[in-house]
Design a protein around this ligand. Structure first.
Ligand SMILES: [Fe+2]
Length: 326
């Protein structure tokens, strides 16, 4: 824990540690979690007060630098073979960071620096709607990169699309009728496919809240289409299928089996791994979470197939580690 003056905190875009406020009597209040956007009003308020925060950093500059460099190198590779070996290097580095108890945020931060194309103003809008919604999207965007790399998607522009789509997947929830219930409906939908709407009705959510939930995939889709940021615009379709199942039991459309292609599955899987929830602690044990992940969705193809492949890759690295230590 270090003392951090507000002017030093203001240099950061995203909180890269736990931030506390301590009173003159020595009592400490928890203010911000790692992965939250530092908004201007927050900084302004504390600049006036000249606040010095207690700061417990979770990221490491060296890790951020390493990942950023690896991704920049990827950008200029052309041959399939080189791309593949670079992707493997990145996954190896990821596994290394994990085994050293490095925080997932170092990885997420470097991804954000390299891949983000969404204007800060838009992200702030999402953050102002719900800080957890932003944090969840920020992490699932980084998740989509790990998942994609483990599934032989390693072209820079495609990874960038994965990242930005995942970041904006739930942007459609930004609406004046958004509420805690709407966010929870998304979580419910991810846990028990097909249950989100029923859950909202059971909680006596208003018709307007139900509408926000029902329309959010389409609204996010429209936003991404309009923003013209994708190298592969056809990838945006994944946004519409974010809560769909290949069995046809999904939401909102009930799409037929095999309609979701494997690249779309990467985005859907990354989204379903992260909840909009305060108590979620995946930052520290992200790999364990991937391995133990019990989502009914994963029993269904093609998402299940993606998960299986991811597991295979990770098993491979586990074996490598065992070999080294033994
Ligand atoms: Fe959603």
């Amino acid at each position: 824990m270090i003392k951090l003056p507000v002017k030093d905190l203001a240099k950061r875009k995203i909180a890269d540690g736990h931030i506390y406020l301590s009173t003159s009597e020595g009592r400490r209040f928890y203010l911000l979690k790692p992965g939250m956007l530092l908004d201007d009003d927050f900084i302004k308020k504390h600049a006036q007060l000249n606040t010095v925060f207690d700061f417990d950093q979770v990221t490491r500059p060296q890790i951020i630098e390493n990942f950023s460099r690896l991704f920049h190198e990827l950008r200029y590779l052309q041959f399939e073979r080189d791309l593949k070996s670079q992707a493997l290097k990145i996954i190896e580095e990821f596994y290394h960071v994990h085994s050293e108890e490095g925080h997932f945020l170092s990885f997420a931060q470097s991804m954000f620096d390299v891949f983000n194309l969404i204007p800060l103003e838009t992200l702030k809008k999402m953050h102002a709607q719900d800080t957890q919604l932003f944090r969840k999207s920020f992490y699932s965007a980084a998740f989509s990169i790990v998942t994609a790399l483990s599934n032989d998607f390693y072209h820079f522009t495609m990874l960038r699309d994965f990242f930005n789509i995942s970041l904006m997947l739930d942007f459609g929830l930004c609406d004046s009728n958004y509420s805690y219930y709407v966010a929870q409906a998304c979580n419910q939908e991810n846990k028990f496919p097909g249950s989100g709407m029923k859950w909202l009705v059971g909680e006596q959510a208003t018709k307007l809240e139900q509408d926000v939930f029902f329309a959010h995939p389409k609204k996010s889709y429209d936003f991404i289409k309009k923003s013209n940021i994708l190298a592969y615009p056809e990838l945006a379709e994944a946004v519409l299928y974010q809560h769909e199942l290949s069995s046809g039991k999904g939401f909102p459309k009930g799409i037929p089996r095999s309609f979701v292609s494997s690249w779309e599955a990467v985005i859907i899987l990354a989204d379903s791994m992260v909840e909009i929830n305060d108590s979620f602690t995946f930052e520290t044990r992200v790999i364990e979470h991937i391995l133990n992940f019990q989502n009914t969705k994963l029993n269904e193809l093609p998402v299940g197939k993606v998960h299986f492949k991811l597991k295979e890759v990770l098993k491979h690295f586990e074996k490598l580690e065992e070999g080294q230590s033994g």
